[in-house]
Design a protein around this ligand. Structure first.
Ligand SMILES: [Cu+2]
Length: 264
């Protein structure tokens, strides 16, 4: 097993660190998620070391050779209760309450601050999840969803860089989860309900979209590519996609109109 890993690393030319580190953050707000994650990890390590020190320390000092007469305690003396309560409260205030505060601030100040279309450039995308693939719909030239010029893609999503992207997400069958690791964003896709999320990507390239909810036997196959293009490249792609849409989208076929009127 170890050898396999080593061979794999050698053949692909990437270091061990590159294999285990999180994917590159290409979003404007991904660092907020990362901060909460790192904070939780750091404090867990801190308390883990503290607990280990206690466990192994007491085992050492109270070993029967050093401490031949056993000492029985029920842990109900005032000092015991105070130490236990103190550690419990320290964990509660420094981990639980603090990550609640941090994530609540991020929610209210960032992730629920929806981009304002009247003031800035926004691209809206409708996402349909199903066992086992992703569909994406952009409104096209007319700006209306569920019309003939909609740009509909499967397995890949093309978006412009440095633009606010607003997503509305549903599922056709079971619960899926729309996951963009490079933006640290993940949101459930549910049947009968529209989920929302927004993000802004700052680096061109091809990235992964995955399903992060165990959704059936082929869950692992449920992936798509996120292609981030420069604004000029996106515009020319959109022009081509528009031509293709006008030639191929068939409005009389109701299945093709799986989109919905954008919900404000
Ligand atoms: Cu899925």
């Amino acid at each position: 097993m170890e050898l396999d890993l080593k061979n794999e690393m050698l053949s692909s030319g990437i270091s061990f660190w590159e294999m285990i580190r999180p994917p590159e953050d290409i979003s404007t707000n991904g660092h907020l998620i990362e901060n909460v994650f790192n904070y939780t990890t750091a404090l867990n390590i801190f308390y883990f070391i503290l607990v280990c020190a206690g466990l192994f320390g007491f085992s050492y000092f109270y070993h029967h050779r050093r401490h031949p007469r056993p000492y029985y305690t029920y842990g109900n003396k005032k000092i015991h209760l105070m130490v236990t309560a103190g550690i419990g409260l320290a964990v509660f205030f420094t981990i639980d309450l603090n990550i609640t505060r941090m994530s609540n601030n991020d929610m209210v100040n960032t992730f629920w601050k929806w981009p304002d279309e009247t003031k800035e450039e926004v691209l809206k995308v409708e996402v349909l999840a199903q066992q086992w693939m992703w569909h994406f719909r952009q409104a096209g030239v007319d700006g209306e969803f569920n019309s003939q010029d909609d740009i509909v893609t499967a397995h890949e999503l093309v978006v412009p860089v440095d633009t606010k992207l607003m997503f509305q997400i549903v599922s056709k069958d079971v619960i899926h989860s729309f996951y963009v690791p490079n933006a640290r964003i993940k949101v459930d896709a549910m049947p009968g309900r529209v989920s929302r999320i927004w993000m802004e990507l700052t680096k061109e390239g091809t990235y992964d979209i995955a399903c992060a909810e165990m959704c059936g036997t082929h869950h692992y196959l449920m992936q798509a590519k996120l292609i981030v293009k420069s604004k000029e490249d996106y515009e020319s792609w959109k022009k081509e996609a528009h031509k293709l849409a006008m030639q191929t989208n068939d409005e009389s076929y109701p299945e093709s109109l799986w989109g919905w009127k954008w919900e404000n």
